[in-house]
Design a protein around this ligand. Sequence first.
Ligand SMILES: Cc1cc2nc3c(=O)[nH]c(=O)nc-3n(C[C@H](O)[C@H](O)[C@H](O)COP(=O)(O)O)c2cc1C
Length: 193
Amino acid sequence: MTEPLTDRPLVQVLIASTRPNRAGEPTARWVAEQAAAGGVFNIEVVDLAKIDLPMLAEPGHPSERNYQLTSTRAFSEVIDRAAAYVFVMPEYNHSYNAALKNALDHLFWEWRGKPVILVSYGGVAAGARAAAALEPVLISLQLHVVGFVPIPLIDQFLHLHDGRRLFRPTEPIEHHLTNALDALRRAMQQRTA
Ligand SMILES: Cc1cc2nc3c(=O)[nH]c(=O)nc-3n(C[C@H](O)[C@H](O)[C@H](O)COP(=O)(O)O)c2cc1C
């Protein structure tokens, strides 16, 4: 038996894509709404397109946590405050996108030991190859995958509404996310037990 969570842990929904008109933005908005609706987590959206992060330019290894750049220090503060993450990530050329790798490489202790859900998307392969390619990176940082939500042919779920693109999933996708969030809740309970 695990105890219910007393405090709501902060879960960050990270938008990995940085492109204009990216599918990742409406998809992440939907993920954030679903995650907040359960009343179990506090949710913060972290948008890599809005984070001022150059290609890694720190002289030291991130495990030293001796950051020289203001941009790294600011990003460290953001990532450090979360207890868990949901990566909303596209598939580019059968892998994950460069902005996500750059963000992950910048830090070390801030990620370490925390649970993560992967929401991957793309064409018919649903971003599954991107998620698979990310696995060794997550192992290195000791980020523990507790849920996986692959979304195939992402464009079919994007609808224009009042000039805004909305992500409207089918029931199985919604069900997948609910299960993943439930697994995250259990993982957080075990961590606080
Ligand atoms: C550079 C690039 C490479 C892509 N490669 C793949 C791919 O290998 N497999 C796939 O399923 N979709 C691929 N796509 C299609 C993307 O998954 C699709 O455009 C998706 O909307 C990208 O996410 P974003 O709009 O949030 O950036 C690629 C798109 C781009 C821009």
